[in-house]
Design a protein around this ligand. Structure first.
Ligand code: CP3
Length: 350
C-alpha cells in the first residue's frame, strides 16, 4: 500500500521534503475527550489487547489534530508481561508489576516471547490500523529500550530514586547484563514482528536513560540499544531512538544505528545538529508544558524550535517528551497546523 504522506519516512532518511513533519509522543491518550469516552468503558490493558479499540484510538489524533503519523496504541510494558511478569495498571499509580525481578531465579524464569503468539494483539492492531488508514499516514511501532524496561522490571513501578535497579547494576552487574541481553533479544524480535505486520518505522523509548552516569549509560544502556537496533529486521523501516536526558553524548549517539535521535527540550537543536552533523535525523524538541500557554505563545516557541534546527531536511517536529493529560486539544491543533505552515520556509523549493 503506497503512502500518501511519507514525510516522516523521508525526514528520517534526510531526504528533501516540502515541510517539516510533526507527530506527538503520547498523542493517543487522555488529553483527547474522544479517547476518554472509550477509556471510560474499558480498562487500559483491555484497550491495548483489543485490536479494534487500539486501532480506533491510534487513528484519533490523525483525524482530530492532523499529525503526520499514527503511533500504535500500546505500552512499553507489554514486553515484560509477555516474558511472564504479571502487569496491573492501578488507577492513579500507573503500571505495577506484582512480582518485580529480584533474584537469579526470577531472571531464569523469564521466557523469550514469541511475538506472533504472545503479542499477536499488537500485530493485529497494526494490520487493522494500516487497513483503516489506507495509506493516509505512516504507522509507527515502538518498544522500550532495554535499560528503561529493566528499571520497571526491577523497581516494579515508576520510582523516585530508582534505588533497586541502581543497586542491581552495582552489586550484581552480571545479573543485570544477563537480563538486559534477554530484553534486547526479545525486543529485537518484537520490533521485527511489528515491521513485518506493517509498521512503517519504529521508535525505541529510553525514558530513564538520564538516570545513569555517562560511563554507566554506555555500559548498561547504549550498548544494548546498539545490539537491539542491529538485530531488528528492518526491511527499510527507519528507527528513531529517544534517550531522554542524554545530551552530553551526541557524537556517540549518532553511531548507535538509529536513523533519527529524539531530543528532549533541555538543549538547542542547533547544538545537536552541529554535533551529529548530517549523519542522522533529529526529532524534537518543544517543552511539553508550552502547550499549557495560549496559542500565540505556543507558536512563538514552535518557531524557535524550527529556527534552532535551521534550514534543511532531516527534522521531525515533536515534543521533548509525551504530551500531558490535561492539555487542551485545541492548542495541539494550533501547534500542528502552525508547524505544517511555517516550516515550509525552512525547506528549499526544488
Ligand atoms: O504515544 C502514543 O500515543 C502511543 C501509546 C503509548 C502509551 N505508552 C500509552 C499509555 C506509548 C508510546 C507509551 C510508552 C510508554 N509507556 C513509556 C515511554 C514513553 C514515555 O512517556 O516516557 C513509558 C515510560 C510507559 C510506561 C507507562 N504507561 C506509564 C509510566 C504509565 C502511567 C503514567 C501515565 O501516563 O498514565 C503508562 C500508562 C499509559 N500508557 C497510558 C497511556 C495512554 C495512560 C493509561 C490510561 O488511559 O489511564
Amino acid at each position: 500500500m503506497k503512502l500518501q504522506n511519507d514525510l516522516i519516512i523521508k525526514a528520517c532518511k534526510r531526504l528533501p521534503t516540502e515541510r517539516t513533519p510533526i507527530w506527538i509522543m503520547r498523542q493517543a491518550g487522555r488529553y483527547l475527550p474522544e479517547y476518554r469516552a472509550i477509556r471510560r468503558k474499558h480498562d487500559f490493558l483491555t484497550m491495548c489487547k483489543t485490536p479494534e479499540l487500539s486501532a480506533e484510538v491510534t487513528i484519533q489524533p490523525v483525524d482530530i489534530v492532523g499529525v503526520d503519523a499514527a503511533i500504535i496504541f500500546s505500552d512499553i510494558l507489554v514486553i515484560p508481561e509477555a516474558m511472564g511478569m504479571e502487569l496491573k495498571i492501578s488507577e492513579g499509580r500507573g503500571p505495577v508489576f506484582s512480582h518485580p525481578v529480584q533474584s537469579e531465579d526470577d531472571v531464569k524464569k523469564l521466557k523469550t516471547p514469541d511475538p506472533e503468539k504472545d503479542l499477536k494483539y499488537v500485530m493485529d492492531a497494526i494490520s487493522l490500523t494500516k487497513n483503516e488508514l489506507n495509506g493516509r499516514v505512516p504507522v509507527i511501532g515502538f518498544a522500550g529500550a532495554p535499560w528503561t524496561i529493566l528499571t520497571y522490571m526491577v523497581e516494579g513501578h515508576g520510582s523516585k530514586y530508582f534505588s533497586k535497579v541502581k543497586k542491581l547494576i552495582y552489586e550484581n552487574p552480571e545479573l543485570a547484563h544477563e537480563l538486559l541481553e534477554k530484553i534486547a533479544d526479545a525486543t529485537a524480535d518484537y520490533l521485527s514482528a511489528q515491521i513485518e505486520a506493517g509498521a512503517n518505522l519504529v521508535q525505541v523509548f529510553d525514558t530513564w536513560a538520564g538516570l545513569l552516569s555517562p560511563r554507566d549509560y554506555r555500559v548498561f544502556a547504549l550498548r544494548y540499544v546498539q545490539q537491539l537496533i542491529s538485530k531488528i529486521k528492518r526491511r527499510g523501516a527507519p528507527v528513531i531512538y529517544f534517550p531522554k536526558g542524554v545530551h552530553y553524548l551526541f557524537h556517540e549517539l549518532k553511531e548507535c544505528g538509529a536513523d533519527a535521535i529524539s531530543v528532549d527540550w533541555t538543549i538547542e537543536l542547533t547544538k545537536v545538529r552541529r554535533k551529529i552533523g548530517d549523519k542522522v535525523a533529529v526529532q524534537g524538541n518543544l517543552d511539553p508544558t508550552v502547550l499549557y500557554a495560549d496559542p500565540s505563545f505556543i507558536k512563538r516557541e514552535a518557531r524557535k524550535v524550527l529556527e534552532s534546527y535551521g534550514k534543511g531536511d532531516g527534522h521531525i517536529f515533536n515534543l521533548g517528551h509525551g504530551i500531558l493529560p490535561d492539555i487542551d486539544p485545541e492548542n495541539v491543533k494550533e501547534l500542528v497546523s502552525y508547524v505544517k505552515e511555517e516550516s515550509v520556509k525552512f525547506h528549499s523549493k526544488k
